[in-house]
Design a protein around this ligand. Structure first.
Ligand code: MG
Length: 417
């Protein structure tokens, strides 16, 4: 029985320098640190669509803003319990956020009120039964806060009732009326408050019960109750995603490179006078056999673009079994891939193509091919490379049985696309 209890984390044996008359066991009071994430706002300033806390993370992490803010606390071993305050209409969006999170057994949710202050109060009520010692209050819209900031707050609480991360104001402050400057406000001693803000649970809970309406953060609630709140250095990157511009500025643009490869067979000598390569006619006496116009260069480039988008291959989009693709100009395939890129807000920035054949000779037609590719893709000539090689008489290209092409395409793609 005793051994069993000793195994449990919640019991600590009190050791005494004197031989005990009998073993004494006392419950160990682990400081229960909790967190409230305020996610009940409608986030209208960030533009149309779903509330900003449910939008994809602009840095391309694949999660959304709320999920990132939840992870900051749910994955921190110092935090025992977490209450997310959501809008009653957002339950299904919240479930999607939770699907990105670990340690969901720590997480409860409650519904927000008419104001941020009311929402925090609802969160405090939801946590009160677990008798926490301390509580972090964090805005869901600040997903870039780091574990180091949480640690700094915890270290600084000691004798204080609360800790607030803040940065000194560095811009010159102006007071204006109707757009006209009235005066310059001294910035000495002025700070920009951030979250997470850490408080003694009981003191903040009591302060909320007597606070007037209209306070914009919990430091203001604490202040009103005369609590002692310490400032710790905040984090410059810990911005609040508020406007569309905030999202755009924090969107990571990532380069992605795709590769494409294609082979087509030549028909018998005398089967053609001209073949299509890179969207331009090249004199050659052997037709390239294919379902479409068999432009091997455009096929390789189209596949390279699809590759950068991870959007399958040309055959998925234009099956040879589809009669509509018979003798089709391959520029249609390329245009389709570029349209898919545009839909993902991805921009083609470079293509590099190598044609592999003994004949026709590519050199004399290289500039015409580059000009054609530039016109088809909108790329400047300086970003369009066409190269050629033979295979020294080896293999099917060496025997002149066919022509091969390989291409790479580089796209810049928004991280969250
Ligand atoms: Mg092909």
């Amino acid at each position: 029985m005793v051994a069993e209890l000793l195994k449990g984390k919640q019991y600590l044996r009190i050791l005494s320098p004197y031989p005990p008359r009998r073993a004494r066991l006392a419950p160990m009071s682990e400081p229960l640190t909790t967190a409230i994430i305020v996610a009940g706002g409608r986030g209208q300033r960030a533009g149309e669509g779903i509330p900003k806390q449910y939008r994809p993370m602009p840095d391309g992490g694949g999660d959304n803003v709320l999920a990132r803010s939840i992870a900051l606390f749910a994955e921190n071993p110092a935090i025992s319990k977490l209450c997310v305050v959501i809008h009653k209409y957002d339950v299904s969006l919240y479930d999607i956020s939770l699907s990105h999170c670990n340690n969901t057994d720590k997480i409860i949710h409650t519904f927000g009120g008419d104001s941020r202050q009311q929402s925090v109060f609802n969160g405090l009520k939801a946590l009160a039964a677990s008798k926490p010692q301390t509580v972090f209050i964090h805005d869901a819209a600040r997903p870039f806060a780091t574990p180091a900031l949480i640690a700094r707050c915890l270290e600084s609480l000691s004798d204080n009732d609360g800790v607030v991360p803040a940065l000194p104001v560095t811009d010159t402050l102006k007071k204006a009326e109707n757009g006209l400057i009235d005066q310059t406000v001294a910035r000495d001693g002025l700070f920009r408050a951030q979250t997470p803000q850490l408080f003694s649970f009981d003191k903040l809970y009591a302060a909320h019960q007597t606070a007037p309406e209209g306070l914009t953060d919990d430091a203001a609630v604490a202040e009103h109750a005369g609590l002692r709140v310490q400032i710790v250095t905040g984090e410059a990157q810990n911005i609040k995603l508020t406007t569309e511009e905030d999202f755009l500025m924090n969107t990571q643009i990532l380069p992605r490179t795709g590769s494409g490869f294609d082979v087509h067979r030549f028909d018998a000598p005398g089967s053609a006078a001209e073949i299509m390569l890179c969207g331009t006619g090249v004199p050659h006496d052997r037709k390239i056999i294919g379902h479409s116009d068999a432009d091997v260069g455009l096929h390789a480039i189209t596949d390279a673009i699809l590759g950068a988008l991870a959007a399958g291959d040309i055959g998925d989009h234009f099956p040879p079994s589809d009669a509509a693709n018979k003798d089709r100009a391959s520029s249609v395939f390329l245009a389709h891939a570029l349209k898919l890129a545009a839909a993902r807000q991805a921009r083609l920035t470079h293509i590099d193509l190598t044609l592999i054949c003994e004949a026709p000779k590519i050199g004399p037609h290289r500039d015409a091919m580059r000009a054609s590719l530039s016109a088809l893709t909108g790329l400047p000539l300086s970003a369009v490379s066409v190269k050629a090689t033979t295979t020294e008489g080896l293999g099917f290209t060496g025997r002149g049985e066919g022509i091969a092409a390989q291409a790479t395409a580089t796209l810049l793609i928004a991280g969250d696309a």
